[in-house]
Design a protein around this ligand. Structure first.
Ligand SMILES: CCCCCCCCCC(=O)SCCNC(=O)CCNC(=O)[C@H](O)C(C)(C)COP(=O)(O)OP(=O)(O)OC[C@H]1O[C@@H](n2cnc3c(N)ncnc32)[C@H](O)[C@@H]1OP(=O)(O)O
Length: 179
């Protein structure tokens, strides 16, 4: 379910994608993954090297423990969800996570800087097929976490109907999507 149908091409950069090297802001200051105002969130900040993928660092701290001095798997899955969500926004449509598969390959000690990367393998209709990885200590360090995801395109109305779309658009004018 997270593999694109055969024949699906990897996407090209959207004409309005941020320029290569651009930092990506938070989509909502209260977001648990990237919100700058979240008191206990992951505070992930990211950039895009190429308008197609996202890179970020996540420092695993004591609030993220599962076993003593080791990261909680659910926190690591959240970090994967976040960078994948940031990467699919490069295509300038709102998406939500439909399915998120996570492989935990190595324990991640508190104090680790996890180097995250997310990219899109293809978009078919409303479905975007994405992957992410988290490497320990360096961009070419050992892979500790891998994720594959299916994100589903929604209308902005999804956030208004189920949540508070105005809170997003008030902070982030990129989200004033006019389909
Ligand atoms: C403004 C931007 C803000 C960005 C925020 C990013 C935050 C980070 C990412 C997240 O964590 S998002 C929060 C967690 N996710 C959710 O809350 C989504 C909850 N689920 C839903 O709202 C709906 O189930 C969903 C919008 C995903 C789909 O409902 P729909 O009624 O619009 O579509 P439908 O159920 O017909 O599914 C469309 C297609 O996707 C497929 N699909 C949907 N969910 C699936 C699933 N879980 N696994 C596999 N396939 C799935 C479905 O089979 C179908 O395939 P086909 O077109 O081939 O028939």
């Amino acid at each position: 379910m997270t593999t694109p149908p055969s024949g699906t091409e990897p996407p090209k950069p959207h004409p309005d994608a941020p320029a290569p090297g651009s930092a990506l802001g938070t989509h909502y200051s209260g977001c648990f993954g990237c919100g700058v105002d979240h008191p206990t969130g992951l505070h992930i900040s990211a950039f895009t090297p190429d308008g197609l993928s996202v890179e970020a660092e996540f420092v695993v701290g004591e609030p993220h423990q599962g076993a003593p001095l080791l990261a909680h798997g659910g926190v690591l899955a959240t970090a994967m969800d976040e960078v994948i969500g940031m990467s699919v926004w490069l295509f300038r449509k709102p998406y939500v996570t439909g399915r998120l598969e996570t492989d935990f390959l190595l324990p991640v000690p508190v104090g680790t800087t996890l180097h995250l990367r997310a990219w899109c393998n293809g978009i078919s209709g409303r479905k975007a097929y994405l992957e992410a990885e988290g490497r320990i200590g360096a961009p070419d360090g050992p892979v500790a976490v891998r994720a594959a995801a299916l994100f589903i395109e929604v209308e902005m109305e999804h956030f208004a109907r189920h949540g508070d779309a105005e809170a997003i658009t008030a902070e982030h004018h990129d989200f004033e999507v006019n389909p």
